[in-house]
Design a protein around this ligand. Sequence first.
Ligand SMILES: *Cc1c(COP(=O)(O)O)cnc(C)c1O
Length: 399
Amino acid sequence: MKAVPDLIAGVDRKLDALAGQSLMRRLRVADSPCAPRQVVDGRAMLAFCSNDYLGLAAHPDVIEALREGAGRYGAGSGASHLVSGHSRAHALLEGRLGEWMAPHLEQARALYLCTGYMANLAILTALGADSDAMIFSEALNHASLIDGARLAKAGVTVYPHGDVDALAAQLAASSAGTRIVVTDSVFSMDGNLAPLPALLALCERHGAWLVVDDAHGFGVLGARGRGALEHFDLRSPNLVYMGTLGKAAGVGGAFIAAHASVIELLVQRARPYIYTTAAPPALAHALQASLDIIGGEEGTRRRAHLAALVAHLRDALRLQRWQLLPSHTAIQPVIVGSNDEALRAAAGLHEQGLWVPAIRPPTVAPGTARLRMTLCAAHSHDDVALLARALNELERATA
Ligand SMILES: *Cc1c(COP(=O)(O)O)cnc(C)c1O
């Protein structure tokens, strides 16, 4: 009888410790679809936090395709892909994504997975399945890549952020049988780009894989929205590409694109693909509508508007103590420093109806707590002007 309260008391002590460091996070309930104007906890807010960069999460064509997909394929897949859950909708989406990525890969094939988190676990555990393999992981990689590397049998070496020379030295010194370099393309908390052309040249020289997590690039980078590989005009059999479909594509899930043999290995061996129920086929069907928009004129227009909003925000911010990071993507972070001040800044914006998240450790390094603003094509220039004015005044008021 007594054991249970003791267990709970231990948990509560951990929670108290988090609260003492201003590290408690809190769930807010959205009462309306993901969009700049959103009702949150019953209150109308102007949101700058989603990764729905093109504003497709609530796009009528995508919603209609989701409805149509549910009518045609039902609500759920009923089983994992290799049992009976692999629907025509999944196969069609994979075929189209494989064609999209074909200019950048040899014998391209794509595989749809339930989430980007699982896709990263799948890639790293399958390619890094041998204990004589080595994963070279960029210091600012997303948590899902860190977890994938931990779960793989391969060893892990972290290389400093953006440091191609340090990575070159590590690769040259390595005698690993299989070498896997893995990086975010757009760093999710900083907004800057990895030096992919230099990384790829290095990987080709050393016969290493280059795994690119393009969660924040697919849909927004490249003239046709095909992501970081299109942006940098890269093509190589050494590339393994991961694009997520819950951010700019506005729906959910992720895909891996690589040489057909790599994809076949994943189908055969990747546990995050094999041992989970296939995503509802209606999602794959809805994603066809997203791809229509991303790849069409509307996508081009939305990307151009987003780029204009980013330039507007950067131009309008006049910060002195807080540091706007040098990012040209839709991710625009302002480093505030302490957890406490970042929280107070986010609260100050919230009071004015502006929703901007305060990002704290362990997501970012201690002492670099920040406001992470994200812009999306559904924002207007007036929205951006409002945000910039509020932030400029808030920094001055808290000096
Ligand atoms: C969001 C994100 C993921 C995970 O993708 P989900 O589909 O949300 O699971 C992976 N990598 C990066 C860099 C991300 O930002």
